[in-house]
Design a protein around this ligand. Structure first.
Ligand code: NOJ
Length: 942
């Protein structure tokens, strides 16, 4: 083990890039993970026996125990598990709730009388993951139709129905009278009840279909010290999505958007466990060094949320469990059959059914919260590298962006800015005046983002206040003895880890962001990057913390592992709010995350490589993130490890401008690659791409606004736009930007000269650059003569797109710039869109309703903007903010004697309209953004 971390550590520090590949042997296969292997074995046996009807399922609901509460919206009762002696059973309590948004939550808890008093399952995952730390309210209209061998509950005028079969236990959730999700369809329900080591014998606790592999020990070489004090405690359940053939979600994996089948698509096969390809998808937050593409191996974050989609109906399954989790998927009988296996914690599951994928996101967001509306600057371009070496280096980079006329919003500092990796300190010899540096960046509206990791250098130096406070207040994660702080290796060498599950640790961690004068206390353009928060432990099993460490509340790390990164960013968010006295929306980038992290932070996909395959996979990864409620995501532009060719770098920028989070980053050993480094033509093309992103910031801001109120992905899969077109259910190399109608297919292959983009419906589309009309209907559209400066972008007819066309050094300097509107007409000669504006920085949009929402429309040759009843002028929108140009694309009228009449604020004036290639242009209409207006267009026949 010691050798292992040394090897890893050396690789982290000195890695020279060739010969990169994930060290697979560091990560368990299902067959090496006790609980995964046991549950898979169990499912194999059950499947085989069931084929000949030889299996007698063990789980049943005790009819006499059933009770309804809360006006029938809660059903509780007892679930019995029959043991091997055929007369003893273990009883569990179950609870079914109908949530306010019509979803259902089903939980099973151990009844303590059956076990021992100190056996508790971790039950706080929902506390961290759900918004406002409360459980959703209940809905109050249920009709119980029967209390016989099935319990049937209908609600919402029969749109939803739940059928619970008592023996064998099975729960079927209906939508519009069709069975859509079935729990325990295949009888894989398995709750490993508490047992002592010597109870684990075949006579009682272990049925013939079960294995006793690694119940009390861990035979994986790097975790052999894992003390399984509580013995086997996994929870597992199968869920069938009936008549759904496509499932998505469960990030983070470097894989396609449509999830693949696992285990050779069979549920009765036995495996020797040698083939990693046959493993389930795994959710276990790890620092997966040099991860590979097209892989089901775990990555840095985990969201146990799956979306299933079919014609007219979509389904969501949220497995509320933060322990190490594996998910098998097979497709059979026109359905997708899943098997969820978690090492510990509660069996707690939320099921959502509705008529579209977007509605599922809305309901999932109802429960876990929507993405926090980001400050506008964070949607601009971020320039990062490991490392900008000193203050001069930073300021020089800052100037170069202006010299090359490339907009940029923030420069990032990686770990080398600290004094010997002691976070919350500055290496004074390199950064002697951070406040001055921040203020120079601030002159052009730019920001600094500094890294803060959760491992704290173990120094025993009384002057390192951070360590002292953590030790003095007993706030470090504890060793398995639950006494001493756990020590492990990370960047600083010997380190301890803050336990942000402890409320006091949250308060102290939050205070670190403001109390330390050395950390640029008074600057307001400083934001934070929380890295290595899986947590990454170089000396730990699977590069992370041992599972038997102990957290606040005496909870074992095993049960809450996937929440650690989330708890850290929650504390950081509090710290930044305190630092800015709730005046500014905090910006945080996190590497590790869980369901709910979207409320606090953006994420990126970690340490990718400068290879075409990583550019390609970055798109499905961002799409999956959006599907899973975490839309603020992106990948390192250029690739972290290695040196991209100029062509790859250019194509990566042309792709990266569409990531919701857009940052260039590079490993310490890679060559410099800021946009000017490759020289022309590359630099000019990269500049154009970044400028395109800036001109579309109003579109991105609109999309984030929408996502922050309804959970819609910002980078949106095609099937969200056309949910009934099966042909596009698995397209993951092109996407829409929110509801803007902008359809993009970035180029992710080398030296392409011919290229096809798939048009997903029969609407008219237009080329984004020259407005060529494409009216061919659904199908492939060929781009000919593709050159390096082309990015295939189309606009779907029926959408109005706001842009800001002037070059500025940062997004902040664009705030008073006028808008241009592109009105792309659909087949009916109509179009609509929105323009959302606020001060781009503070919470005033929420607290004082200081925002402007313009509803834009084109109908019957009239353009109109109707605004919400906004009250005051505020910074960001003032009485001078105007629309400087309106471009109408696709008007059927071929005349060229157009006149326009503009009306706003009871005044009327004429518009000047000219015909340009493929469009009509209203030049400088002088309409103000802040009140409603109309423009009527006439074609005066000569
Ligand atoms: C790992 C992160 O993934 C990477 O982006 C960063 O540069 C290094 N840690 C150093 O902090």
């Amino acid at each position: 083990m010691k050798l292992n971390w040394l090897v890893l550590f050396a690789a982290f520090c000195f890695c020279v890039v060739p010969s990169l590949a994930v060290k697979e042997y560091l990560f368990k296969k299902c067959s090496q993970s006790g609980f995964c292997q046991r549950n898979r074995h169990f499912s194999n046996q059950v499947s085989k026996l069931s084929l000949n009807d030889e299996y007698q399922p063990r789980y049943s609901i005790d009819k006499s125990s059933i009770k309804f509460h809360n006006n029938n919206s809660t059903l509780v009762g007892r679930l019995n598990k029959k043991l091997n002696d055929d007369f003893t059973s273990v009883a569990f309590g179950f609870q079914l709730n109908i949530l306010e948004n019509h979803s259902i939550r089903f939980r099973i808890e151990d009844q303590l009388t059956n076990t021992v008093s100190n056996f508790r399952r971790y039950n706080e995952t929902s506390y961290w993951s759900f918004k406002d730390h409360v459980q959703p309210d209940l809905f109050f209209e249920i009709n119980t139709e029967s209390k016989s061998e099935n319990i049937i509950i209908g609600y919402s005028n029969g749109l939803y129905k739940i059928k619970i079969q008592l023996y064998p236990f099975k729960l079927t959730y209906y939508y519009n009278n069709s069975p859509s999700i079935v729990l325990n369809d295949r009888n894989f329900l398995n709750i490993e009840h508490f047992r002592k080591k010597n109870d684990n014998d075949l006579t009682k606790n272990l049925s013939p279909e079960e294995l006793d592999f690694d119940c009390f020990t861990d035979s994986f070489k790097d975790s052999s010290k894992n003390t399984l004090k509580r013995g086997p405690e996994s929870v597992a359940l199968d869920a069938t999505f009936k008549n759904f053939l496509n499932v998505y979600g469960i990030p983070e994996h470097a894989d396609s958007m449509a999830l693949k089948t696992t285990r050779d698509n069979r549920d009765d096969a036995s495996y020797d466990g040698k083939e990693r390809d046959l493993d389930p998808y795994r959710l276990f937050n790890v620092d997966i060094f040099e991860y590979e593409t097209d892989s089901k191996l775990p990555n840095y974050g985990s969201i146990p949320f799956m979306l299933a989609h079919s014609h007219n109906v979509s389904a969501g399954l949220f497995w509320v469990n933060s322990a190490d989790t594996w998910i098998d998927i097979i497709k059979k009988d026109k359905s997708t059959k899943t098997h969820w296996i978690s090492e510990a914690g509660l069996l707690d599951i939320i099921l959502i059914l509705d008529n579209s994928p977007a509605s599922i996101n809305q309901k999932y967001g109802d429960i876990t919260g929507y993405v926090a509306l980001p400050q506008l600057f964070s949607l601009g371009y971020h320039q990062c590298r490991w490392n900008y070496n000193n203050q001069d280096d930073v300021l020089n980079i800052n100037k170069k962006f202006d010299y090359f006329k490339i907009p940029m919003d923030s420069i990032w500092l990686d770990i080398e800015y600290t004094d010997e990796k002691k976070y919350f300190t500055w290496k004074n010899s390199l950064f002697n005046n951070p406040t001055e540096m921040l203020s120079i960046l601030g002159e052009t509206g730019r920001n600094l983002i500094a890294i803060i990791d959760p491992h704290i250098k173990s120094t025993n130096d009384k002057n390192y206040n951070i360590e002292q406070q953590i030790l003095k207040n007993n706030l470090a994660i504890k060793d398995s003895d639950n006494k001493n702080p756990f020590h492990g290796q990370c960047w600083p060498g010997d380190s301890i880890w803050i336990d942000t599950f402890n409320p006091k640790a949250i308060t102290i961690w939050a205070s670190f962001y403001q109390n330390f004068t050395t950390f640029s206390n008074d600057s307001t353009n400083l934001h934070i990057w929380n890295d290595m928060n899986e947590p990454s432990v170089f000396s730990g099993p699977e590069t992370t913390a041992p599972k038997d460490l102990v957290h606040y509340g005496d909870w074992e790390h095993r049960s809450l592992h996937n929440l650690y990164g989330h708890s850290l960013i929650e504390a950081t968010y509090q710290g930044l709010n305190e630092r800015y006295q709730n005046m500014k929306r905090p910006f945080i980038l996190t590497r590790s995350y869980f369901s709910g992290s979207q409320r606090y932070s953006a994420m990126w996909s970690g340490d990718n490589m400068s290879k075409w395959g990583y550019l390609k996979i970055s798109i499905p990864m961002a799409l999956t993130s959006g599907i899973s409620g975490m839309p603020f995501s992106g990948s390192d532009v250029g690739g972290f490890f290695g040196d991209p060719s100029s062509e790859l770098l250019t194509r990566w920028y042309q792709t990266g401008i569409w990531y919701p989070f857009f940052r260039g980053h590079a490993h310490i050993d890679s060559k410099r690659r800021e946009p000017w480094v490759p020289g022309d033509p590359y630099t000019s093309i990269i500049r154009d791409a970044i400028k395109l992103r800036y001109s579309l910031l109003p579109v991105f801001y609109n999309s984030f606004y929408e996502s922050s109120i309804n959970g819609l992905p910002v980078m949106k899969p095609l099937f969200y736009e056309n949910p009934n077109n099966e042909k596009i259910f698995d397209i993951d190399d092109e996407f829409f930007i929110g509801n803007s109608g902008i359809l993009v297919k970035p180029i992710t292959e080398e030296s392409l000269s011919k290229f096809e983009i798939y048009i997903p419906d029969d609407e008219i589309y237009y080329d984004f650059n020259d407005f060529t009309k494409i009216d061919q209907g659904e199908g492939k559209y060929e781009y000919k003569n593709l050159s390096l400066d082309n990015i295939p972008i189309l606009i779907k007819g029926g959408n109005i797109i706001p842009r800001k066309m002037r070059y500025r050094r940062s997004s902040k300097l664009m705030r008073h710039d006028p808008y241009t509107l592109i009105i792309a007409l659909d087949k009916n000669q109509t179009s609509s869109g929105i323009l959302y504006v606020d001060d781009f920085e503070t919470f005033n949009y929420k607290n004082n309703e200081e925002y402007l929402l313009c509803k834009l429309k084109f109908e019957n040759n009239q353009i109109s903007s109707n605004i919400n009843n906004y009250k005051n002028f505020f910074d960001g929108i003032d009485e001078y903010l105007e629309i400087e140009k309106i471009i109408i694309v696709g008007l059927d009228d071929s005349g060229d004697n157009f006149k326009g009449e503009i009306s706003q604020n009871n005044k009327i004036w004429n518009a000047s309209i000219i015909r340009e290639k493929n469009s009509l242009v209203i030049k400088n209409p002088k309409v103000k953004v802040n009140t409603s207006w109309k423009i009527n267009i006439f074609n005066e026949k000569p």
